[in-house]
Design a protein around this ligand. Structure first.
Ligand code: ADP
Length: 478
């Protein structure tokens, strides 16, 4: 394949400048394609196009928007194998994970097709006689979307679909290393008949394209998923210009394993949560907090299970973990493995790159026995590297679980209803899992965290309406 992926502005494909390689992290000798980047002036055209398209789109019938989103969802579902293949080649997730993500993206478009027809409102009696009050929701306006690379179909879907469902227009900036998936989404929307300017997709670097977007006066709202430093910088910029903003950032998600748990199931939760999708999920179970009484047995079972995990080409059957998505992320992962060793954490498994027939960013799942203070226990790594931490008992485990600046997801494996109920109430996280990995969420319910993980209203499900609409209160005297 040597496709040149293009941007999409005002209903036109735009080549952009230069030619960046779209790498295949499993086989660096065979890129997925190439793409051109936009300059600030072209990004401004995209925001202008979205602003020009807003008045008409915001007044379309909900049925028109529902039909468009439904058609997009149907095409994604019908082509989930092919789209999954592109995702697996470009980002490195295994083919089954990639096909699953494509299917989820399709289902999200279909969910929000229904939501377009169910935009909620309220009618109340006024405190004044003879007056009625209506509370309605209107589109927030031109929505900027800045997305990361780790879910290159699902995350754009869960931002684009609600934005369009509620009558907003969109400028979507994908992460640099996944232009192919972004192009595929734009292509499907274009062929489904999205009116010119309603949806725009702009390829290029965050500091150029993302900055041009946020600096444009016609942008009304920005939704971002990515790293903590970038999110915090965008938050400051948004505050300066009064821009509505929603941020989903990092996690250092604890999975507590109590001695009363089914340990084989707990090991499956831990291996899936920590290492599947190469650990590149903001909900990854990167801290495994294990009660002392079960610790040695859990370690032995983890080592035996990890020895059976296969790292390799994500398109190959039987592979459990694909490559790290990029050289930059691999360098970060390896630097944390060095930090773990330097700070005296005990390496229980992995820690090394994996040889494969092709040159790629393959890394073994890596498990350290760590203390809560070590960097590998505190900082988000975003790779297949997990810290195992010993807890004296449930109370200690809960305290360790909450001892983090993040608060996206927290999990517990236990057969005790008492501890499960207590944990659900007291875990300081936006999402809690009992006897499940911390990663793996449903698309029809709210997604988001607390503390440094998130800012602003929740994403997904009916709760998405908060960010993508603005409320109007109208009074009428009879
Ligand atoms: P990661 O380190 O995982 O790539 P980033 O936060 O750097 O996470 O990237 C997430 C998204 O934010 C990407 O689409 C990236 O291009 C974009 N981005 C990065 N830096 C900026 C910036 N200064 N302004 C706007 N967007 C940015």
């Amino acid at each position: 394949m040597n496709q040149k992926f293009q941007s999409y502005i005002a209903g036109q494909w735009v080549v952009g400048q230069g030619s960046q390689a779209d790498e295949n992290p499993s086989d660096l000798a065979t890129p997925v394609g190439e793409y051109g980047v936009l300059d600030a002036a072209e990004v401004a055209q995209a925001v202008d196009a979205a602003a020009a398209a807003l008045p008409a789109w915001s007044l379309t019938s909900p049925q028109q928007r529902a039909d468009l989103l439904d058609a997009v969802g149907s095409e994604i579902l019908a082509r989930k194998e092919e789209l999954g293949r592109l995702l697996a080649m470009e980002e490195g997730k295994t083919l089954p994970e990639s096909i699953g993500e494509a299917a989820r993206a399709g289902q999200i478009f279909k969910f929000f097709a229904g939501e377009a027809l169910r935009i909620p409102g309220e009618k109340l009696a006024s405190t004044r006689p003879g007056v009625e009050v209506e509370i309605t929701r209107e589109p927030v306006g031109v929505v900027g979307i800045i997305a990361p690379w780790n879910f290159p179909l699902a995350i754009p879907a869960w931002k684009i679909a609600p934005a369009l469902a509620y009558g907003n227009t969109v400028v979507f900036k994908p992460a640099e290393i996944v232009p192919g998936c972004a192009w595929a989404i734009a292509d499907i929307l274009a062929r489904a008949g999205v009116p010119a300017g309603v949806f725009n997709m702009v390829l290029g670097a965050g500091r150029v394209v993302g900055q041009a977007m946020i600096g444009h006066k016609e942008l009304d709202a920005l939704t971002f998923t990515g790293s903590v430093p970038t999110g915090n910088a965008l938050l400051r910029q948004a505050a300066e210009r009064g821009l509505k903003i929603q941020l989903e950032m990092g996690g250092k998600n604890p999975l507590v394993v109590l001695a009363d748990a089914d340990l084989d199931k707990a090991v499956e939760c831990a291996v899936n949560g920590a290492f599947f999708s190469t650990g590149q999920r903001c909900t990854a179970s990167s801290r495994l907090i294990v009660e002392s009484r079960a610790y040695d047995e859990f370690v032995a079972k983890m080592q035996a299970r990890l020895a059976r995990v296969k790292v390799g080409d994500p398109l190959q059957a039987g592979v459990d973990i694909g490559p790290v998505a990029s050289q930059g992320q691999l360098d970060t992962d390896l630097s944390y493995i060095r930090a773990g060793r330097d700070e005296g954490a005990e390496l229980l498994f992995g820690g090394e790159r994996v040889e494969a027939p092709t040159r790629g960013h393959f890394l073994a799942p890596t498990l350290f026995a760590a203390t809560p203070e070590q960097r590998i226990s505190r900082e988000e790594i975003f790779g297949p590297v997990a810290a195992l931490i010993r807890a004296d008992d449930y109370e200690h485990a809960l305290a360790l679980a909450n001892d983090t600046e993040f608060g996206l997801c927290a999990g517990i494996c236990t057969n005790s209803l008492k501890h499960a109920s207590h944990f659900k109430r007291h875990a300081q996280a936006g999402m809690v899992m009992v006897n499940l990995p911390t990663a793996g969420v449903d698309p029809h319910v709210p997604f988001g965290g607390r503390k440094a993980s998130s800012y602003g209203p929740r994403e997904q499900g009916r709760y998405a309406v908060e960010f993508y609409t603005t409320v109007k209160t109208a009074y009428t005297a009879a």
